[in-house]
Design a protein around this ligand. Sequence first.
Ligand code: BTN
Length: 257
Amino acid sequence: MFAKVKPNTQIIGQNIIYFNQVASTNEFALELIKQNLAENGTVVIAEFQSKGRGQYGKSWISEPFENLMFSIILKHVTKSAPDPFTINKIITLAMYQQLKSELPDHSVAIKWPNDILVNGKKICGILVENNFSGATLKHSVIGIGLNVNQHFEHIMHLNATSLSGLKGTETDRELLLKNILETIESIYLSYLEKGNETICTKFDKALYGFGTIGAFDIDGQILMAEVLGCDQLGQLILEINGKDHHYPHGSIKQYIA
Ligand code: BTN
């Protein structure tokens, strides 16, 4: 069980709900919103999820007591609510920066739109579920699954890695969670204060394949392309044979070398 984590933040993680077991921290957080019980910045964390949710309707399976699985509730109170992809960028960039500082000797990258890879293997998955009122974004539930102390070396087909697998030592998960919440908040506050320009630039530069030519499956064809960044809709911009093309999430597959 987690010791009580006290992040040095104003919003994120000032209220933390701990579970030994829950179906899904995202599901629980969405239920809090539905019942009008969601405080801005609430973190829901579990040691084990029986129905952990992943992207594309897949499940997220993680060994109990070894990793980090948590959801953050953001209540959008500013006059102009952020667009969903800005939220995705803030969180993904924060996880990227945190993992870069944990693993200075490894190659850390964002696989568009929101996976974090280390040396080409997945270490962190993010699932943002948004709650709208009409066209206005009201709440975001940001679910983060980070491989910390579980070993993946023997599960080759997953192409996954973890902090302990890379460092060779166990990581203190409470301290790591505290640092992550502080990193997320600092990027979120800088967005609220200054907008998303710097965040977008940093996000683009951290993308796997940024500034290099790599292989993509586009409409069943294997093409070589360079990642230029993301547009305002969160579409990936690729340069192919000197021309820019914008691709929505799920429409192309990037090959990892
Ligand atoms: C992915 O498929 O890469 C996204 C995985 C997101 C998993 C996290 S674990 C905590 C939170 N609760 C869930 O049910 N899913 C997210």
